[in-house]
Design a protein around this ligand. Structure first.
Ligand code: FES
Length: 313
């Protein structure tokens, strides 16, 4: 059993318990977001010799050198002396320049900030000690703001706050951008099939826009899935389709995804497939696309993190 020493106190961990869970179980207030190694909200610091493997993914060389690690991914193999880090130094102020409901439960937020990003990457948005990851719809070289599509969950700490209280002119804090879920110019001659469930279509709209802007030669088809075929992003999908002759889209119900993909794309050999949505959805559709002939190397995925029923986005 490993012991965590933190701010002059010691805490015992259970078998296979993460540093984050040990601290939370002892009622130590510590920032965290995704609990999946994506948002970096739970970054702490220890002596490099005490840090186990696999809990520094996504951190920079400099951060690794300083002994930074992700508490949610760190299962101590020995006792650790842990310190907080100044995450404030890594956060960037972002001003809300637009806030528009796209339907009853989806919000479009546009943020102005001094960053470079690619459509399809994600940022971590902070409100006090709450952090959540959101995929980026806009492309930095096409518009001067980060656009996010945020599904408002009835018990979502962050999304409820953004929906109810955030106003144009407010200054939020963000970290990032992170991730490699982006358009790849070197594959301009390969047809693109972009399949997203719910707001999973958001980064795919951005990727399609970048592809069109970079003169993608082959077809680009977007499949937007949701609980009903009336999709929140219909207007943006129409605009996209009208912007390039090689671009098309369809909206469908998520529950019919597999049968629609099978009947419409019986042979996916040679296609580049991008998938985005909840973990179950992405894993199911990845398997289906593989069975229809898509090479595993050509299936690029982004899974949304499930924060659980008490603590959604
Ligand atoms: S990376 Fe640990 S909570 Fe997100």
């Amino acid at each position: 059993m490993a012991t965590i020493r933190f701010k002059e106190n010691s805490y015992n961990g259970a078998d296979n318990e993460s540093v984050l869970d040990i601290l939370l179980r002892h009622q130590i207030a510590i920032p965290y977001g995704c609990r999946a190694g994506a948002c970096q909200a739970c970054t702490l610091q220890a002596s490099p010799s005490q840090i186990p493997d696999d809990c520094q993914q996504g951190l920079s060389e400099g951060q690794i050198h300083q002994g930074y690690f992700l508490a949610c991914q760190c299962r101590p193999m020995q006792s650790m002396d842990i310190n907080t880090v100044n995450t404030g130094a890594q956060k960037i102020p972002a001003t809300v320049v637009d806030k528009t409901p796209l339907d009853d439960h989806t919000l479009r937020l546009r943020l102005s900030c001094r960053l470079r990003w690619r459509a399809g990457q994600y940022i971590t948005l902070w409100m006090k000690d709450v952090a959540r990851c959101y995929s980026i719809v806009s492309a930095a070289h096409l518009e001067p703001y980060i656009e996010l599509h945020i599904r408002v969950h009835p018990r979502g700490i962050m999304s409820q706050q953004l929906f109810a209280n955030t106003k144009v002119g407010d200054v939020l804090e963000l970290q990032g951008p992170l991730g490699n879920f982006v358009y790849e110019q070197e594959h301009a001659s390969q047809p693109l099939l972009l399949i997203g469930s719910g707001t999973g279509i958001a980064p795919l709209i951005g990727i399609a826009r970048e592809a069109i802007d970079y003169k993608h030669e082959a077809n680009i088809h977007l499949m937007a899935l949701d609980r009903t075929a009336k999709h929140y992003a219909m207007a943006q999908l129409e605009t996209l389709k009208n912007s390039a002759p090689q671009c098309s889209f369809q909206t469908e119900q998520t529950e019919n995804a597999e049968s629609i993909i099978s009947s419409q794309f019986p042979n996916l050999r040679g296609q580049r497939v991008y998938l985005c949505g909840g973990q179950d959805f992405v894993q199911r559709i990845r398997k289906k696309c593989f069975m229809l002939g898509a090479s595993p190397r050509h299936i690029i995925t982004e899974e949304f993190i499930n924060f659980g029923p008490q603590d959604s986005n």
